[in-house]
Ligand binder design. Sequence first.
Ligand code: LLP
Length: 432
Amino acid sequence: MHSFEYKNGSLFCEDVDLQQIAEEYGTPSYVYSAATLRDNYTRLDEALTELDHGIEYAVKANSNLSVLKLLADLGSGFDIVSGGELKRVIAAGGDPAKCTFAGVGKTRDEIVYAIEQGIYCFNAESEAEVAFIDKVAGELGKKAPVAIRVNPNVDAKTHKYISTGKSENKFGVDFEFIEAAYERASKLENITLRGLQMHIGSQLTDVKPFIEAAEKVAPLAARLKELYGIEFFSIGGGVGIVYSPALASGSTEWWESHTEEARPLTPERYAVGVVPFLKDLGLKILVEPGRYIAGNAGVMLTECLYEKKGTAKTFKVVDAGMNDLIRPALYEGHHEIVPVKEPTKQTPHITMDVVGPICETGDFFCQNRDLPDFAEGEFIALLSSGAYGFVMASNYNTRGLPAEILVDGDSARVIRPRQSVDAILESEIANL
Ligand code: LLP
């Protein structure tokens, strides 16, 4: 589950009071729970015990070095999408030999770097890319391990910007062409066909699309094993999390109050759904979870700067903006908002928009939401912000990147200090 709950009238992350964190380190700040990260990893790992499997954590979800190190220490492999991410994994003590390299547009430099570091496999997304990897490997006098990503044309039924497994999406080789692509790839001299990969989308809350994809693609994996001796089948990431009610969903009672059928996706239900199609393949099964591992392990803290009552609405202006957490603006993503100081029975609820300081109408964290009131100077937490939160932050409006803090039990460590505006300016060249 997760480790954020009210204790003694204040929101805690494990044994650390978030009020203290906000006062000591300032806002906006991201706070992660080490216990939740470990728990999520272990729970998925255990759910898949029936399979010869490996977890390739999707680095893009949260790539802080301390988060990667924590996962590397648990034995995780890593799914990377750039040379930069590979460099991060290595810096964090991760093993390149447990890395898969995804993405539709790998450059020559990235391919060279990944071959030199000895990654486990490139997950190629087009025949042109397979040919290019072969060429670059040849120039280096090496053989590169390659899997091809198949696009199974399955509807993941998630937001259109994070759906990837339909033919109209740019990802992978169409199911109809994949066998021919392997056939041609098998003739190339400088690659070894090591696996098959798919990923149908992100934030899936229903197991059915996963089942549909596994059922459709498993026979293909079996054929490719027979024909080309591939050793793994990666079924991608995508397991969704509960964004609402995020806080309540951390408690055992909340799960118990839902019938098995009504329960949101869990690693166990995911495993029960897909394992039957995979267990007899004789292949190593890889999964690439990002959000499931990191999403509910983090919150973003921000301070309420001003309240503005207009004719139409009440706005709470906070010190975090869409540059710090872009999910609401980009995907209409819902993040539950709770005051750090626990509301009492007397606290009135009001309908509000929580907005940031950025000069854009899309700079909001919620609109017309009924929330317990909070005052200027008080802190609030945006829950389930551990995945695709900090990593998508930018310097828009010349705002320094927020701080990141890792809580483990009763200790809190800054794992990324707040970026100063001076640091932003120093990275530029004034050609006056
Ligand atoms: N594997 C591949 C090849 C992927 O493209 C992705 C995510 C993953 C694994 C991990 O998916 P996850 O387990 O996290 O669902 N920024 C968006 C999400 C983009 C996901 C991109 N690909 C968001 O904030 O919702």
